[in-house]
Design a protein around this ligand. Structure first.
Ligand SMILES: Nc1ncnc2c1ncn2[C@@H]1O[C@H](COP(=O)(O)OP(=O)(O)O)[C@@H](O)[C@H]1O
Ligand SMILES: [Mg+2]
Length: 212
């Protein structure tokens, strides 16, 4: 036992304490803002580690913001439990990017692949429009990025699409989508949609387990 008196360190009310002490089954905790959820989760993680129910490397804690993840990690670190640096405390986006990086080779990327933000993405699109002699004043880059994004958010990659199925008015957008996918691949880059949505997960071999 690393921590002598967990419940002296963290004052917990009855419901919090029940959640922290229940380690033999999954729990869903629903409570309003500022009602003590984070405190409960931190205490529960500490209790799980303290009781040896899991190794730190088996803990995944997802938060909404990077700031919340940092705070949660700092709070847990303050208990000086060995090995907590191997815990995953992050946003869903960071966790996805980390899993993708570890498994990058299966996606034909290197594990140093870049993730383009919306600005980088528009630079690539502008360049393509220029190379294709498409007037970017008339056809704003946003039209193309929205088009690309709408597919990716449905888990559809360019290679899943067939030219014949694309209506005539969308042919140009389709062509840009193809070139965009090609250039990103050549740059060893994914855009935010790629890394954030599950569709890259889909490209991993689902018959074997992900390495995490
Ligand atoms: N049982 C408790 N007794 C006293 N203060 C508490 C208790 N639980 C949480 N708090 C405090 O209340 C505030 C909000 O708690 P927090 O866990 O961040 O809530 P939530 O994550 O639900 O928004 C924090 O300052 C926290 O330290
Ligand atoms: Mg909270």
């Amino acid at each position: 036992m690393i921590i002598e008196n967990l419940f002296d360190l963290e004052n917990l009310n009855k419901e919090q304490r029940e959640a922290v002490e229940t380690l033999d089954k999954p729990l869903l905790i629903l409570a309003g803002a500022g009602s003590g959820k984070t405190r409960t989760i931190i205490s529960r993680i500490v209790n799980i580690l303290d009781k040896g129910k899991a190794w730190p490397s088996q803990i995944l804690a997802i938060t909404f913001t990077n700031k919340a993840a940092r705070e949660m990690k700092e709070r847990i670190d303050s208990y000086n439990i060995p090995g907590t640096e191997s815990m995953w405390v992050s946003t869903i986006h960071s966790a996805c990017a980390k899993i993708l990086r570890i498994n990058a080779e299966r996606l034909n990327y290197t594990n140093n692949f870049k993730v383009l933000d919306s600005h980088d993405q528009s630079v690539v699109i502008r360049k393509i429009l220029k190379d294709f002699n498409i007037d970017s004043k008339k056809y704003k880059p946003g039209i193309f990025s929205n088009y690309i994004s709408s597919f990716k958010n449905k888990g559809i990659e360019f290679s899943d699409l067939r030219k014949e199925e694309i209506g005539y008015p969308d042919r140009q957008k389709f062509k840009v989508f193809g070139e965009y996918s090609k250039r990103l691949k050549a740059m060893d880059a994914m855009d935010f949609d790629d890394s954030a949505t599950r569709f890259q997960m889909k490209s991993l071999d689902t018959s074997s387990e992900l390495v995490i």
